[in-house]
Design a protein around this ligand. Structure first.
Ligand code: NDP
Ligand code: 8X3
Length: 251
């Protein structure tokens, strides 16, 4: 059975991606910081799909924690076939001059450095086997910068650039690298961004049908179903009401 490692599986895209891969008979390594949610998901996946699951509770901002988590996996579990770098967040939606330095640090450390650390820890086993698929979750925010998106957009532009760099540098190892860039999707993303302000979070998704986590999971899984010689490199997906970061029709 193939193995998929999904970061940020305690909610939203990551949880839906874990369920999708479980339903397609993958054994899973799921990660996140919230231990209780990880354990609940692990139990549910095992009982619903009869797969094997390892839950790794760590913060992707910690370089040490990322490498230790991967290092302590049993040898057979180190042979990860699909890595989904999904853990990430936005914090605040403020003009550049008003924004919080702490929020900037957290976004950069999570969305950029966390993705780099986990990838660097997982890639050696892919290199050894000349086989593997890395899927990085970017965003439409990584394609166009929008007002008050400054540093979140910068982190997702970095994910876009890192995905290109990985793809070029890993060609010689036959490792596929896919970047999936979703537009607005109704997950816990806006609750986190607006720091628990439920009204503000809800308003983001009013007046149109946003993407769901399951829509994103379906597309992520699809990219893994193609023949070995075919790789989807870069994929932007939005709900039908959205054209890009700037144009969203609330009618
Ligand atoms: P959620 O808030 O629902 O999920 C985010 C996940 O990331 C959680 O599982 C969370 O787990 C994990 N995470 C956050 N920080 C850390 C950390 N420091 N260490 C480990 N795990 C962490 O949001 P989404 O599912 O929407 O977001 C998933 C990804 O998709 C993010 O990268 C986001 O930027 C991106 N995205 C979201 C869009 C949207 O509109 N929703 C659109 C485009 C991209 P825990 O808190 O347990 O650690
Ligand atoms: C999340 C989508 O539009 O809030 O990446 O940046 S958006």
């Amino acid at each position: 059975m193939s193995i998929a490692l999904i970061t940020g599986a305690t909610s939203g895209f990551g949880k839906a991606i874990a369920i999708k891969f479980a339903a397609n008979n993958y054994n899973l390594i799921i990660t996140g910081r919230r231990a209780e949610r990880l354990q609940e998901l692990k139990d549910a996946l095992i009982s619903s799909y009869g797969i094997e699951v390892i839950a790794l509770c760590f913060d992707v901002r910690s370089r040490k924690a990322c490498f230790e988590a991967i290092e302590q996996l049993p040898a057979s579990w180190k042979a990860v076939d699909v890595l989904v770098n999904n853990a990430g967040l936005a914090l605040g939606r403020d003009y550049f001059d008003d924004a919080s330095l702490e929020d900037w640090d957290t976004m950069i450390d999570t969305n950029v450095k966390g993705l780099l650390y986990v990838s660097k820890a997982v890639i050696p086993s892919m290199v050894e086997r000349k086989k593997g698929h890395i899927i990085n979750i970017g965003s439409t925010a990584g394609k166009e910068v929008y007002e008050k998106g400054n540093t979140y957009c910068a982190t997702k532009h970095a994910v876009n650039a890192i995905s290109q760099g990985m793809r070029i540098d890993l060609l010689r190892h036959k490792i596929k690298v896919t970047a999936v860039h979703p537009g607005a999707a109704d997950t816990e993303f806006s609750n986190v961004r607006f720091k628990g302000d439920e009204d503000q979070a809800r308003k983001v998704y009013e007046g149109y049908d946003p993407l769901t986590a399951e829509d994103v999971a379906d597309v992520v899984y699809y990219t893994t179903t193609l023949p070995p010689h075919v790789c989807i490199n870069d994929l932007v997906m939005t709900c039908t009401a959205q054209a890009n970061s700037m144009y969203l029709y609330k009618g």
